[in-house]
Every structure is written in C-alpha cells, then in structure tokens.
Design a protein around this ligand. Structure first.
Ligand SMILES: C[S@@+](CC[C@H](N)C(=O)[O-])C[C@H]1O[C@@H](n2cnc3c(N)ncnc32)[C@H](O)[C@@H]1O
Length: 266
C-alpha cells in the first residue's frame, strides 16, 4: 500500500484495495437509489436529458465477443446465474455512433466515460467517440491475473477505454493504469468484478452523483455505485438480466426509486 494514501491503492501483490487500513471511510449518501429498465441502450439514453448524468461506466455486448465465445467459454455461459440462455444479444458495431452521441449528450459538461472492450473494438470505438466530442485519454488495462482460453497468445486482460467530456480531475492521481483483479467465475456472461468498477466510480464521481450503465447485465456497476453512495440508473435489453440486477442492487442496500430517473428525464 502506498504510504499516505487515503483513498485506497495497491497492496504488496499489486491488487487494488479500496480503502487503506486506518483511512476514514468515504462519506455515503444514505440509501443510494437505483432504477434499471428493460430497454435498448440507445433508446433508453434517448429518454434522458442533456447533461443530466455524472458518470457513465459501461460494457457493451460488442460484436467481437462472439469470437471469444467461439474459443471455449460457451459451457460456462450456459450455466450463468441470471439466465439459461447461451449468450446475450450482440450490439452491432454499426450502432456505436448513435450510442456514443447519446452518451456524450447526456453526460454533464466535465465528466468521464469508461467503456470495457477488447483490442478489436478499441479501433472501432476510439475514432467514433472522438467524432462524438469525447477526448480519448487511454485504454486502462484490467489484468485478470490468470490466462483465459485460446490458441494464440492467451488473453489475460481486457481494456477499459477512458474518455472525457470537458475537463475533470481524477480523485486520486496516484492510481496506475493497470488494475489487477481476478475475473468473475460462474457469474453472468462477461460479468465484471464490482471492485474494478468501484475504482472507476471512486475516481470519477462524488457521493450523491448519478452513475449510469446502459448495458447493465448483472448490475455490477450499480453495485459499485451503491457501495460508494452514488445513485444508479441502468438498462439492459435482456429481461432476465434486469430482474437479476434489480435483485442484486436491493441486496447491496440500494433503494428502488424512480425520482432520479424522473429528474434526469427530458
Ligand atoms: C457484457 S454484458 C454486461 C455485463 C455487465 N458489465 C456485468 O458485469 O454483468 C452486455 C450486456 O448488454 C446487453 N445488451 C445487448 N444488446 C443491448 C442493447 N441493444 N441495449 C441494451 N443492452 C443490451 C446484454 O443483454 C448483456 O447483458
């Protein structure tokens, strides 16, 4: 752990810890609220007003996920917690311009967007996000600490593209661009660890802010937001994911409440 850090940091094994031992816990707003809708991401974003959102952290079902599925993860996906389907619906690359334009529109003036993806999708998303108005800072590396399936250089990491609208300072300038945390095993297909999203939410928002994820899946970003006292709005096109994510957020202590959505609506 880096000496003097109050906001978490990396332990001796290079794993991120949210709060340094002895550090004062971050103030929480009581009972963060949430709402998750069964909806298409772009349509759902279209219901929100301009500049109504503090932070977006999202993990689209990008096209090249189909390739990852083809190299051996199908069995695990068949037994996912939230569904009995083999896989979720894919979001076509051709729809990224509309998605990124909507994300840029709904985000507040000085705010951040984090988008999980692989290297192939990086090359698709980066120029489109820049065309939508975002500044691209860099691709953070999520190091899963163990190699996955494959027949070539086997994947051990995913990318998290870090974009900015206007100018916003990160909460902690001593955090590295490699985030080490094991993958989620046996969960929702392509589920992301809550701890990884907690780092992003902590870095780019404040307690009481509104965090969104239009591809909410099992609700991992919502749980991260809840734990840190942020309000959460999400959407997913898959009804069973919405049901599972709602349940998960209730269990995390969030309050199901429409008022933040009503306030953000256009
Ligand atoms: C990679 S998963 C998200 C996983 C999530 N980050 C988690 O930790 O559980 C992508 C999600 O996008 C959803 N999805 C696919 N197409 C969509 C669309 N057009 N609008 C909204 N959600 C969509 C899928 O149902 C799936 O749950």
């Amino acid at each position: 752990m880096t000496k003097g850090m109050t906001d978490g940091g990396f332990d001796d094994h290079g794993r991120f810890r949210l709060v340094a031992p002895g550090a004062a816990p971050e103030p929480r707003c009581d009972a963060a609220s949430f709402r998750i809708d069964p909806a298409d991401a772009v349509d759902w974003l279209g219901t929100l007003a301009d500049s109504s959102v503090g932070l977006a952290v999202t993990d689209p079902a990008y096209e090249s996920l189909e390739k990852h599925r083809a190299v051996g993860t199908t069995t695990r996906l068949k037994h996912s917690r939230a569904s009995h389907n083999d896989w979720f619906r894919i979001f076509p690359n051709a729809r990224f311009p509309a998605l990124l334009a909507e994300l840029y529109r709904v985000l507040e003036r000085n705010s951040h967007l984090y988008l999980f993806c692989d290297q192939e999708t990086l090359f698709v998303v980066k120029p489109l996000a820049e065309a939508a108005g975002f500044k691209f800072w860099k691709a953070l590396i999520w190091d899963k600490e163990q190699i996955g399936m494959g027949y070539h250089y086997r994947s051990r990491h995913e990318l998290i593209l870090f974009f900015e609208k206007g100018k916003r300072k990160l909460a902690d300038l001593s955090v590295a661009d490699v985030i080490r945390h094991p993958r989620v095993r046996g969960g929702y297909p392509a589920e992301k660890p809550v701890a990884v999203s907690e780092l992003l939410v902590r870095q780019s928002s404040s307690p009481g802010d509104l965090v969104i994820d239009p591809f909410a899946g099992s609700g991992s970003v919502g749980v991260a937001a809840t734990r840190l006292g942020r309000h959460f709005l999400g959407a997913d096109i898959f009804d069973q994911a919405v049901t599972a994510a709602r349940q998960r957020l209730l269990e995390a202590g969030a309050r199901s409440d429409d008022s933040r959505y009503d306030a953000a609506r256009r």
